[in-house]
Design a protein around this ligand. Structure first.
Ligand code: HEM
Length: 261
């Protein structure tokens, strides 16, 4: 179909649906001048037009609505994350996405794919570290291959809660200890996406590794994916508590082994 001469431009900034083609949430990488955050979830929302694609002039309501539309979060969970976020960065009203990276507000060290905030700097770097993405992928594939008793390809692997436990332990060993609030935030970030993307493939549960890689490295949603359930706060709390309990158990085991030596 050819478009009429007066075909209205798709609003690249607000990500509104095109009235002619109906297309709306295709991926578009950020362009010069666009602003992004330290959060892959929020950046993917901007890259897919669930919030303004330029990452500027973002209201809390836009994030709240975006979280529900993009990831299928329940209203209480979306409201809690948005209100909690604005509270921690001590802001009221509109922000740019960069503002979310205020160090020690929500942002913390020992992130999965971001470098620590350099000392003396107020905002953490938003650049994704390809080496950290690779490190994450390699560890997940290796663990799954050991479990399967053969070398698995990336396409065969699911990211599980155990992988997140191992990732958090590995990253936190390389930083100063996180305080309780930021350790909880770090577990919660991953617990949400585990809940949103959990799949059952051949009796095994987890997130397809290829989805995680694309999300963490390119801040892009899986092709054609749409939420298939409402992601509740209760499920997130359950997953996060399981991650915390397993991390504690492993740390206690390591401490006991070190004492016994
Ligand atoms: C669907 C909801 C969300 C999911 C799945 C999610 C997931 C994540 C993940 C996995 C990270 C860690 C990235 C890394 O370790 O390198 C992260 C970081 C972050 N997120 Fe989100 N997020 C969500 C919503 C939000 C909201 C609503 C806010 C604030 C209003 C927010 C602010 C942040 C910040 C500031 C960081 C940086 C933390 C750090 O230092 O690693 N996120 N998020």
């Amino acid at each position: 179909m050819s478009l009429p001469a007066a075909h209205p431009e798709l609003d690249a900034k607000a990500g509104k649906a095109c009235p002619v083609t109906g297309k709306t949430h295709e991926y578009q990488a950020p362009v010069e001048g666009d602003v992004r955050s330290v959060c892959p979830a929020i950046n993917a929302m901007a890259n897919h037009g669930y919030i303004r694609r330029d990452g500027k002039d973002i209201s809390p309501f836009a994030i709240y609505s975006g979280l529900k539309a993009c990831y299928g979060l329940s209203a209480p969970l979306a409201a809690f994350l948005t209100a909690g976020g604005w509270f921690l960065i001590k802001r009221i009203g509109r922000i740019t996405l960069f503002d979310l990276g205020l160090h020690k507000a929500i942002e913390h060290d020992a992130s999965v794919v971001h470098a620590n905030c350099p000392s003396g700097q107020k905002y953490a770097p938003v650049q994704i570290q390809p080496a950290l993405v690779e490190d994450f992928v390699v560890h997940v594939v290796d663990a799954a291959s050991v479990g399967a008793g053969r070398t698995l390809s990336e396409a065969e692997v699911l990211v599980t809660g155990h992988d997140i436990v191992q990732t958090r332990l590995r990253r936190e060993k390389l930083s100063k200890p996180l305080d309780a609030v930021h350790a909880e935030i770090a577990r919660g970030e991953m617990a949400i996406i585990l809940g949103v993307w959990n799949q059952n493939v051949g009796g095994k549960e987890g997130i397809p590794l290829s989805w995680m890689r694309t999300w963490l490295a390119d801040e892009r949603l899986p092709e054609g994916w749409r939420p298939d359930h409402v992601q509740t706060m209760r499920d997130v709390v359950k997953r996060s508590s399981a991650i915390r309990a397993e991390m504690k158990k492993i740390r206690e085991g390591e401490a006991a082994a070190a004492k016994g030596q």
